[in-house]
Design a protein around this ligand. Structure first.
Ligand SMILES: Cc1cc2nc3c(=O)[nH]c(=O)nc-3n(C[C@H](O)[C@H](O)[C@H](O)COP(=O)(O)OP(=O)(O)OC[C@H]3O[C@@H](n4cnc5c(N)ncnc54)[C@H](O)[C@@H]3O)c2cc1C
Length: 384
């Protein structure tokens, strides 16, 4: 049963995915009286639909730092949150068949190394040694970081939720925020279907649904929902052990171990913006053709299950983090465009610093939502 809705809070977090829960946890630990409202079950938005990939291999310096911070937290999650998250660290392997991509990843590896990330470029032959199921045809090089991996989003949600409650946060699942009250540019309350919560501080962590939340407070959050589908295969006998999360970068096909089989995903260029969550088969011919070419060893493997979730996509595929200037006080952390699960630990800390009026541990000014009008886009290129 959901707790009674408090009538007042120092800060209200809208959205109970990994970003909102991590933020609520860190706010509560700072002694900030936080109420989090989530319209469904905790984690039921995009977070529990994620493939669970965690990495520090990015092109953007702040994403590298935040990804690395996340890895450090995930590695200690059991000790910190008394919750097993089934972290597997067999690395991330980006297969590259385009010379421009190779140059881009080479630049990123240099940047990552300068920030302490143990990533490196490898040859096609080494990539095949790491992921023996692939065909090396056409691969020019690959980028690899052994510390990357994947873990269970449901467990991370449980860990943060329990820790947030213990630290004093009030988490209210199955309670939809429906609007905001703003008087003379100052937030007075968040309206929910269970009543109003008086507050002067809102953190929007509503993922794919953030655009609407922003509109209530007069803030433009350019985030669009785009469906992504995932399949889990039947058990695969003789699957090579220890394979990394492997990404065929030019097609976006990716796979990682999932129990005795593999979890497989790929973007669908025909997918349009919208809140569609049902599965369908339209993407399967393209997926099958890509698997046949890049991972022929899997071409005959049966499919056991699958699901669909929403990417929360911004125009430059990079997150929106900051505080809106026009209304006091509206903060946002959203639009992570398919890499928000791994950023959860870092972003929760960053948001807590911003709420407290302090400089966060990493400079996030380039993630300001106004960048599209002023400085221009700030793309993250290593996305799938
Ligand atoms: C198929 C798939 C695979 C992915 N794989 C990865 C991966 O391997 N690694 C990775 O890092 N990321 C991955 N992602 C992306 C990742 O899932 C998201 O970036 C991340 O979960 C975003 O977290 P969030 O907390 O911002 O959003 P969400 O988890 O979506 O949380 C936002 C919450 O806000 C709630 N909400 C919205 N409106 C309201 C309202 N009015 N009132 C109350 N609550 C509201 C929603 O119900 C939702 O639960 C994947 C996503 C998909 C779909």
């Amino acid at each position: 049963m959901s707790p009674a809705l408090p009538s007042r809070a120092d800060a209200v977090v809208i959205g109970g995915g990994v970003i909102g829960l991590s933020t609520a946890y860190h706010l509560a630990r700072r002694g900030i009286g936080v109420v989090l409202v989530e319209m469904g079950a905790l984690g039921s938005g995009s977070t529990c639909k994620a493939a669970g990939g965690v990495r520090a291999q990015f092109s953007d310096a702040a994403n590298i730092v935040m990804g690395q911070h996340g890895l450090a937290v995930f590695e200690r999650f059991g000790e910190l949150f008394d919750q097993r998250i089934d972290l597997v660290q067999h690395g991330y392997l980006f297969l590259l068949d385009d010379a421009a991509d190779v140059a881009d990843f080479e630049r990123s590896v240099t940047l990552q190394n300068s920030l302490g990330v143990d990533s490196r470029m490898v040859t096609a032959a080494e990539a095949k040694r790491l992921a023996p199921v692939i065909s090396g045809d056409g691969i020019l090089a690959a980028a690899y970081a052994p510390r990357d991996g994947h873990c269970s989003p449901e467990s991370v949600v449980l860990g943060y939720a329990r820790a947030a409650r213990r630290a004093g946060a009030t988490l209210v699942p199955h309670c939809r925020a429906t609007g905001g009250e703003v008087v003379d540019g100052a937030i007075r309350a968040v309206r929910t279907e269970a009543g109003d919560i008086a507050t002067d501080t809102v953190v929007c962590a509503a993922g794919a649904w953030s655009r609407t939340i922003g509109e209530w407070f007069g803030v433009d959050l350019p985030v669009d929902p785009v469906r992504r589908q995932i399949l889990v295969t039947e058990p695969i006998p003789d699957l090579p052990a220890g394979m990394p999360m492997t990404i065929d970068f030019s097609t976006s096909l990716y796979f990682h171990e999932e129990g005795p089989g593999l979890l497989i995903g790929m973007s669908d260029p025909d997918e349009t913006v919208g809140f569609r969550l049902g599965r369908d088969d339209a993407w399967l011919p393209r997926l099958a053709a890509t698997i046949e070419r890049r991972v022929p060893a899997l071409a005959e493997v049966g499919i056991a299950s699958g699901w669909a979730g929403l990417y929360e996509v911004t125009p430059d595929h990079n997150g929106l983090i900051g505080e809106a200037p026009g209304v006091s006080r509206f903060l946002y952390a959203t639009g992570f465009s398919g890499h928000g699960f791994l950023l959860g630990p870092a972003v929760g800390e960053v948001m807590t610093s911003l709420v407290a009026g302090e400089a966060p541990f990493v400079d996030v000014s380039q993630f300001d939502a106004r960048r599209f009008e002023a400085a221009g886009p700030h793309p993250e290129t290593h996305i799938v």
